[in-house]
Design a protein around this ligand. Sequence first.
Ligand code: SF4
Length: 320
Amino acid sequence: MEKDSILTVSDVRKYFKIKEGIVKAVDGVSFSVKYGETLALVGESGSGKTTTGHLIMGFYPPDSGKILYKGKHDLSIPIKRRSLELKREIQIVFQDPGTSLNPKHIVKDIVGLPLRIHGLADSSSVYGKVAELLEFVGLGEDFMFKYPHELGGGEKQLVAIARALAPNPSFIILDEPTSALDVSSQAKVLNTLSRIQKERDISYLLITHDLGVVRNISHRVMIMYLGKIYEEAPTDEFFRGPLHPYTQMLLSSIPTLTRQDEEIKPKGVEAVGEIPSALSPPKGCRFHTRCPFAKPICSERDPPDVVADSGHVVRCWLYE
Ligand code: SF4
């Protein structure tokens, strides 16, 4: 266990049995999140990124592997068996604040509930503490008596962030926190999340499919495809020199605003087809059915991890 890691995930697997067979949603995933950093976990729908976040939250246990928090707390156990202290430390912000906020409750009660559950406020102090949290996320006290339906999308997500901050966590999972928002609300929410991290020294695991968001707030990036991680790098290096053909494909398909950005975009890496079903992932490198550089070995054997540079790891036969 690295001493500077708040979270360590080691060889974690989660398979789901369904009528048609077994979905290998997470299949041997290892990574760590450092104190105070934002690690982005990026992938298309069906990559297993959200399942990874849910395993850390304890919504269901892994089939095998270990998840350790602060080097000593076992997160392989479901949330209902975790201590109140551990539940307080690890929070999540969901993608759609429209469904994650109770429509029948006013903001004061939504943000106040975790304060009461964790014994951090009573009826005499809850108002002041909720007001402080709303101020901290940039909303102000006036929002206290509003219902979720009276708020815009960005405002609802800021309320969800205030609720996540209420128990004073050290680690927050951000599950596509801006994908349901318009562009200006996205910018406001991302700026707020960055400021909060600096002021409170919180670690984030950012789950997203949006590389624009990654560039804005993450320190490191990991690319997930069909249940496995295929590339990991510090954010600057990731955008300057992506190595895995799948990463290059993702980067080549994002729209750019400047000629400079357009020039550094990877060229000639157009993948074919759709992501295959996780019910029957391809043998060997799971990307081989779409990869323009696939060699015979790619469909036979899983590629090994290759360390390309400090902190930059790629899983691809091209670099062996
Ligand atoms: Fe492509 Fe082979 Fe690398 Fe997979 S291992 S990304 S198929 S070249």
